[in-house]
Design a protein around this ligand. Structure first.
Ligand SMILES: [Zn+2]
Ligand SMILES: [Zn+2]
Length: 273
């Protein structure tokens, strides 16, 4: 039985949704707060390794917390490896302040609460991602990262943040150069991105690159489309711009694998907790 299947069996809890863990943003250790065991998991060992307790007949038993403590280490590892920008690393749906100090509703929070809970509450892993498009400063990257973070926490599977900058394409190009440390690793880099369960492609279309870059991008999108992998895309480009890339092939894939969500509204950064 896998970690995520087991967690499905736990009693539904309003606090953790059956995950058994939650993120406590209270800053005590380090900068970001930490994952904690939810009160719905009965711990009888005092939280000490090897997580055993003695029953009435003085036999040692594994504590119910043991599985969740393993899961906590695993989840921490997944978050360390996701390459999220620091400021989005431990953000979740609860981080939205739905009303601005002047009493007006915040558009980004509305959008977040309209779409993200369907991910968090899903009893099956979602296949269809999101394409957030609109002007800079409308919170697309934040929302995309939250979607990936919620999924990593819920299903204990890896997610990855990829900014489609020149740097990324340069790294790919380097794999063809014998002098580079990444020489010969083209397939490895691409395979990893194709296979990672949850991926956010940030700033899609910003490079409007060479034919070679577009082909690399198409291959990545197409591979994820074929394997039905959850993908979030953010872009500042109008959809027409995406439609014109690779003779419309990229857009046609994205529009099937993602919900298209327009983002507008005033700068959200003022309203995030
Ligand atoms: Zn709980
Ligand atoms: Zn315990």
């Amino acid at each position: 039985m896998t970690l995520s299947e087991l967690s499905q069996e736990t009693v539904q809890c309003a606090k953790c949704g059956g995950v058994g863990l939650f993120f406590d943003p209270q800053i005590e250790v380090g900068r970001y707060g930490q994952l904690r065991l939810c009160a719905c998991i009965e711990c009888r060992c005092g939280g000490r390794a090897p997580y055993q307790y003695w029953d009435e007949d003085s036999r040692s038993q594994w504590c119910p917390c043991r599985f969740y403590r393993r899961k906590m280490s695993e989840t921490n590892r997944l978050f360390r490896q996701a390459d999220m920008p620091e400021r989005y690393k431990w953000k979740f749906i609860d981080d939205f302040c739905p009303i601005a100090p002047d009493g007006t509703a915040i558009r980004l929070a509305e959008t977040a609460h309209r779409y993200i809970p369907e991910l968090v509450g899903a009893t099956r892993e979602p296949k269809r991602g999101y394409l957030f498009y609109g002007n800079p400063g409308t919170g697309k990257t934040l929302l995309g990262c939250i979607a990936i973070n919620e999924l990593m926490l819920r299903w204990t599977k890896p997610g990855r943040f990829l900014n489609l900058s020149r740097k990324y394409f340069q790294k790919l190009r380097d794999t063809f150069s014998e002098e580079s440390n990444n020489y010969g690793q083209t397939g490895q880099i691409l395979d990893e991105l194709c296979n990672i369960p949850y991926l956010i492609l940030d700033d899609f279309g910003v490079q409007r690159g060479t034919d070679w870059e577009l082909e690399m991008l198409y291959d990545l999108v197409d591979a994820r489309y074929c394997d039905e992998r959850f993908t979030v895309v953010t872009t500042n480009q109008p959809l027409d711009e995406i439609k014109s890339m690779s003779q419309g092939r990229i857009y046609s894939r994205l529009s099937e694998m993602c919900q298209l969500i327009p983002m507008d509204g005033p700068d959200y950064r003022m309203h995030v907790l």
